[in-house]
Design a protein around this ligand. Structure first.
Ligand SMILES: [Zn+2]
Length: 93
């Protein structure tokens, strides 16, 4: 009996929380969107293509990453650690 009551209480709590979250989302959606020009900083909205770190597979912005040139081209890394790992790793033939 008590267990059933607790289950209902938990269910009502979860439903109430979900409804509140949905209402908050609707309120946010109804607000006018912020123009992009007002953003003081952050990644460029358009233009720059992401490059893939060949060591860990993370996608990075070339302008904000560590890069290295070799015979096969320019490579971009998320960190110096990955760049060094790439340098030290045996190259596939
Ligand atoms: Zn990396």
């Amino acid at each position: 009996m008590l267990a059933r009551f607790l289950l209902w209480a938990l269910l009502l709590f979860l439903v109430g929380r979900t409804i509140r979250r949905v209402l908050a989302g609707v309120a946010q959606g109804a607000a006018p969107p912020q123009p992009r020009a007002q953003r003081p900083s952050g990644p460029p909205a358009t233009g720059e293509l992401m490059a893939r770190d060949p060591v860990c597979g993370t996608f990075v912005l070339p302008s904000r990453s560590t890069s290295m040139r070799d015979k096969s081209g320019t490579h971009y890394f998320c960190s110096d650690t990955c760049r060094q790992a790439y340098n030290g790793a045996p190259r596939p033939a």
